[in-house]
Design a protein around this ligand. Structure first.
Ligand code: ZN
Length: 396
């Protein structure tokens, strides 16, 4: 029996097993996850960010550059005449190498960025300490703006998909991480989110749906990341807190009358962290439930005790445990779902970009002054044809 039959009441003795569990997904995709090949980037996200939260990133030091190069290899950049399909893909299965031009053009029709893959790819890069210098931030955000719908929601990709709160969160996370919002409408995003608030104060995927734990996290995280959480009325915030707190059974459930599930210790836990209300929950019951779902032989967490583990529930289970102050785990930033350590890397990049913008601004001002000076000289020497056409003067 590989389930927690030893009743281990701490994650500490199993940290190495959980780390090895994540590492296996970086080397191969198990047969039972083959259908997830097109979203392989998210599995790498759970593995890399999971190792980070376990303070075990050193274990993949030798693989670090390879993972970074693999992620950058998944970028799609539109050609000038193409639709705005920029972003990251989650797989290389449609990024083939061939000398056959026709084949390459045909495959090109199936290459487009996906918001969830773009969010997780950037999350992996900052977790690995990359400086994002191989990214054109504007091009990536143009791809995000291109999939925003009139109602403020977002599709996952330019080729069409569902449009709901999951992709609203991904869009907000990408723009926040790149510190650039371009043509993305925060106002429309806000209206979509608030239109999805239900009578019981849970958020649904879209208007008239059912309040849901994962969706409520996406809505609150998007509001915080877009700097709009303060716009929500205090009474409404209190109602949302109440809805979230009532989702605790021992661990947390995603909706009323559903059983507890490991991942909601993150979705609801992080939502309450964003609202500064997690302290109102029962830490011991939550922690005990999540620990019950760990596999003490092969590592990993499942959604329920005695169920099959998977990287999604393993990462979110571990993140959920960080909220209860579990020792030996790195703190995480709730609204981005990456470690505080990775978030600090990101903030350093934001400062660097802001400094570069100021520098560019100064250089732009200097260029404008030089241009005005050139034009003045040209007008003064207007009757001297040689001076006007001199490339040296134009280059001043
Ligand atoms: Zn789950």
């Amino acid at each position: 029996m590989s389930y927690n039959s030893l009743n281990i009441d701490s994650i500490k003795p199993l940290i190495n097993k959980h780390a090895k569990y994540f590492m296996r997904f970086l080397d191969l995709l198990p047969a039972n996850l083959a259908s997830h090949d097109c979203t392989r980037g998210t599995i790498v996200f759970f593995a890399v960010c999971g190792l980070d939260v376990l303070n075990s990133l050193d274990l993949i030091k030798a693989k670090r550059q390879h993972i970074i190069d693999w992620i950058y290899g998944n970028i799609v950049i539109p050609r000038p005449e193409e639709r705005c399909c920029s972003g990251f893909q989650g797989t290389r299965s449609v990024m083939i190498k061939s000398d056959n031009e026709e084949l390459l053009e045909n495959v090109r029709c199936f290459q487009w960025g996906h918001l969830a893959m773009t969010y997780t790819s950037i999350g992996i890069l900052v977790t690995l300490g990359d400086d994002l210098s191989r990214l054109d931030r504007k091009t990536i955000v143009d791809g995000v703006a291109a999939v925003q719908r009139n109602d403020g929601s977002f599709s996952a990709c330019i080729d069409g998909s569902e449009n709901d709160m999951r992709f609203v969160f991904c869009a907000a996370a990408i723009c926040h991480m790149l510190d650039y919002w371009g043509d993305v409408s925060k106002e429309k995003m806000y209206q979509f989110i608030m239109n999805s608030l239900r009578y019981d104060f849970g958020f649904s995927q879209q208007a008239e749906g059912e309040g849901h734990g994962g969706t409520t996290y996406c809505a609150l995280a998007a509001l915080e990341l877009s700097g709009q959480l303060h716009r929500v009325n205090t009474n409404v915030l209190e109602g949302i807190k109440r809805w979230c707190i009532f989702r605790q059974v021992n661990g947390f459930q995603g909706r009323p009358n559903k059983p507890a599930d490991t991942c909601y210790s993150f979705w609801i836990g992080a939502a309450l962290q964003i609202l500064n209300a997690f302290h109102l929950t029962d830490y011991a019951c939550n922690r005990s439930y999540v620990l019950e779902t760990q596999d003490n032989i092969a590592g990993g967490f499942a959604k329920w005790p005695q169920s099959t583990t998977d990287p999604f529930h393993t990462y979110l289970g571990i993140c959920g445990l960080t909220f209860t102050g579990e020792h030996d785990l790195a703190e995480i930033m709730p609204s981005l779902n990456i470690s505080i350590r990775a978030y600090e890397n990101l903030k350093r990049l934001h400062s660097k970009w802001a400094y570069q913008n100021v520098e560019d601004g100064y250089q732009g001002t200097y260029r404008n002054m030089a241009t005005q000076l050139t034009e003045t000289k040209i007008s003064v020497d207007d009757d001297d044809h040689d001076l006007i056409t001199s490339p040296l003067i134009r280059a001043q």
